[in-house]
Design a protein around this ligand. Structure first.
Ligand SMILES: NC(=O)c1ccc[n+]([C@@H]2O[C@H](COP(=O)([O-])OP(=O)(O)OC[C@H]3O[C@@H](n4cnc5c(N)ncnc54)[C@H](O)[C@@H]3O)[C@@H](O)[C@H]2O)c1
Length: 315
């Protein structure tokens, strides 16, 4: 059992709290905005029964998981005896610089300081800290209690020990860490998502496919395999002789189309009007929130299915 401090208790902070407490760790929430931790705990109390109903609490009752969570009004109290600090303050460099300076000063020397930042490089807000060797990024996908992958990203000065400890800690919390060898803008997942979005916009902008058909290609096609295998395993299984055979057979297709995939599309250009018109016809703006609730329920059902299938079929 480890002690975890959640610094910034908004969307991501409250979701991390669930993930860590479910794994058996003691979690203390803190926020610059006084009432935020209490609001986060109230939200969490609403989510835990749903997770239990989907067998996503490791067989524990919601109350047992909730009992490992607390909040602090004082930062020092939140950091007392802590092993892992998960920072989730707004995506703003000035805020991260200020908060990390505060954390490095107040947290025990042995604690890891991890930022949830979506797209700031760890070197941009940790360079001048005394304890910069224990600082890194642990970037989740929302909500981390349903999506196992997290990106663990070092700054050039992050120690191997901090990376290894964080990797092990993430695995023990039920996560699947992507351990980057060095920092890179966009990390791994946003770069892959960016490549896919760029092509999606290009196909529509250049008049080759409708918006819904692009979505079908992923939703009813590629993503079925991608929900339990990555692109490398996919191609390894898609040719009788494995990955080398796949490349020999099919690389020429991708070499041929590559030049036409290099032309940049302005996502905010005329194509955006078309995408927005189509999306609002399918989903009026006043139903966006309902659909987000639907998405989270589908995600929960998928997480439950994946856990069951891992057990029944193997992973
Ligand atoms: N929302 C997502 O889907 C998502 C996914 C992955 C990563 N992230 C990253 O997580 C971080 C937090 O995002 P969020 O969506 O939870 O934002 P949010 O606005 O929901 O929460 C931010 C919280 O930080 C608090 N805060 C503001 N200044 C602070 C300070 N100086 N010290 C302590 N707390 C402070 C706010 O009161 C608020 O409760 C960002 O870096 C974001 O890029 C977000």
């Amino acid at each position: 059992m480890a002690n975890v401090a959640i610094i910034g208790s908004g969307f991501i902070g409250r979701a991390w709290a669930i993930s860590y407490a479910r794994a058996g760790h003691k979690v203390c929430l803190w926020d610059a905005d006084g009432p935020a931790p209490a609001a986060a705990l109230e939200y969490i109390e609403g989510v835990l029964p749903e997770l239990a109903a989907n067998d996503l609490l490791n067989g524990e009752e919601p109350a047992a998981v909730r009992a490992r969570m607390s909040s602090a009004t004082d930062l020092k109290q939140a950091l007392d005896g802590v092993d892992h600090v998960q920072e989730n303050t707004p995506e703003n460099l000035a805020v991260k610089l200020e908060v990390f300076a505060m954390l490095d000063e107040a947290a025990p020397d042995t604690a890891i300081l991890a930022s949830s930042t979506s797209a700031l490089l760890p070197s941009s807000f940790t360079e001048n800290l005394k304890g910069r060797a224990r600082c890194l990024v642990v970037h989740p996908i929302n909500p981390p209690y349903l999506v196992p992958a997290v990106e663990v990203v070092p700054a050039p000065w992050t120690s191997d020990e901090a990376m290894a400890r964080t990797r092990d800690f993430m695995i023990s919390a039920g996560h699947a860490p992507i351990v980057m060898k060095q920092e890179l803008d966009g990390f791994v997942m946003n770069r892959m998502q960016g490549a896919l979005l760029e092509e999606a916009f290009r196909l529509v902008a250049n008049g080759y496919a409708s918006i819904e058909d692009v979505d079908i290609g992923i939703r009813e096609g590629l993503a079925l395999r991608w929900s339990f295998m990555g692109p490398f395993e996919t191609i390894d299984l898609n040719a009788p002789g494995g990955v080398r055979d796949y490349v020999e057979r099919y690389q020429s297709i991708y070499s041929r189309i590559h030049p036409s995939m290099m032309e940049r599309v302005d996502w905010a250009g005329p194509v955006l009007d078309e995408v927005e018109r189509d999306r609002r016809e399918r989903l009026p703006e006043d139903r966006l929130q309902d659909r987000q609730v639907w998405r989270d329920r589908r995600l929960m059902a998928l997480a439950a299915h994946k856990r069951r299938a891992d057990k029944d079929i193997g992973n």
